[in-house]
Ligand binder design. Structure first.
Ligand code: 5GP
Length: 144
């Protein structure tokens, strides 16, 4: 996928926004959705998206929508920090397949990092069961 690819209304995150696919939700407003990454790189790995921006990448979103998204990223990242007490928190965002993007709906990763614990590979392995994601999700939700 190039950086100029058109937005696909049937991408996985669009389906999650419409409710056509399940996710483990953390936080939702009229504009924003935060949910657990189903292939987590660490305990508490979650994603934050804008629900209406229809942006494939960082280059397609309006400054106002990006501002709302960035504020939500900070809000959820603070909750992750309080809930899970990681040693570090990685915020990641990929644009285009060569940069590592695999889902073409703009999103930010929030990845807690724990000293001495290697991060799992990006978007690899089998999907986690909702039940396995729920304990960390509950802790995060309780801090939002
Ligand atoms: P990207 O590679 O585009 O930066 O990140 C996409 C992320 O979405 C990956 O970390 C991947 O694990 C996650 N992901 C892929 N499919 C699904 C899904 O169906 N549900 C959820 N919750 N996350 C997904």
């Amino acid at each position: 996928m190039s950086l100029d690819t058109d937005y696909d209304n049937d991408n996985i995150f669009a389906k999650i926004i419409r409710g056509d696919m399940n996710c483990v939700k953390l936080y939702e407003t009229d504009d924003i959705l935060a949910f657990m990454d189903v292939f987590p790189q660490s305990e508490g790995h979650c994603l934050v998206i804008h629900k209406h921006a229809k942006a494939t990448s960082l280059f397609d979103i309006s400054p106002d929508d990006l501002s709302a998204l960035a504020q939500a990223v900070q809000k959820v990242a603070k909750a992750v920090k309080e809930a899970l007490a990681p040693d570090g928190v990685r915020i990641a965002q990929f644009n285009g397949a060569p940069a590592g993007q695999t889902v073409y709906h703009l999103h930010f990763h929030i990845i807690p990092v724990f000293e001495g614990k290697r991060l799992d590979d990006h978007a690899r392995g089998g999907p986690a069961e909702a039940a396995a994601l729920e304990p960390a999700a509950k802790k995060i939700r309780d801090k939002i």
